[in-house]
Design a protein around this ligand. Structure first.
Ligand code: RB5
Length: 145
């Protein structure tokens, strides 16, 4: 199960990503928002991050204008590694080296065709493990977050 959420700026991309997930036959839970009416991105970032942090969802996707506010908020949650991704290359490394479990994208910064590729890469690239395993542990060691 994938947790997905956006604010108003990311709403249209969220709907398009849901269509993409449908074609890929990947199940998701939509945490809103449900329109382009102005709203606060932390509300949706917290909901998606809580779902990932508690293992109700295996990973998450968050979309706002830049991806920045979503990533900052989601990374406050225990066990969450949210990556703000603007390129296909970053999508590969976020998974392979950082074991990112939430993908954040900026609808105002990244064109749709690239976002669609980023989503597909994020969902199909495995964590390499090995030397990166200890580095992941160090991310969470300081504050137990
Ligand atoms: C909303 O205007 C915008 O601030 C939000 O979508 C996001 O970019 C914040 O990081």
């Amino acid at each position: 199960m994938i947790a997905i959420g956006s604010d108003h700026a990311g709403f249209e991309y969220k709907e398009k990503i849901k269509q993409l997930l449908d074609t890929m036959k990947i199940a998701y839970q939509d945490f809103g928002t449900n329109s382009t009416a102005s709203c606060d991105y932390p509300d949706f970032a917290h909901a998606v991050a809580e779902s990932v942090s508690s293992n109700k969802s295996q990973c998450g996707i968050l979309i706002c204008g830049t991806g920045i506010g979503m990533a900052i908020t989601a990374n406050k949650h225990l066990g969450v590694r949210a990556a703000n991704v603007e390129s296909k290359g970053a999508a590969i490394w976020a998974r392979a080296h950082n074991d990112a479990n939430i993908l954040c994208v900026g609808a105002r910064l990244t064109e749709w065709e690239t976002v669609a590729e980023i989503v597909k890469i994020f969902l199909s690239t495995a964590f390499e493990g090995g030397r990166h395993e200890m580095r992941i542990k160090k991310i969470h060691s300081l504050t137990n977050l």
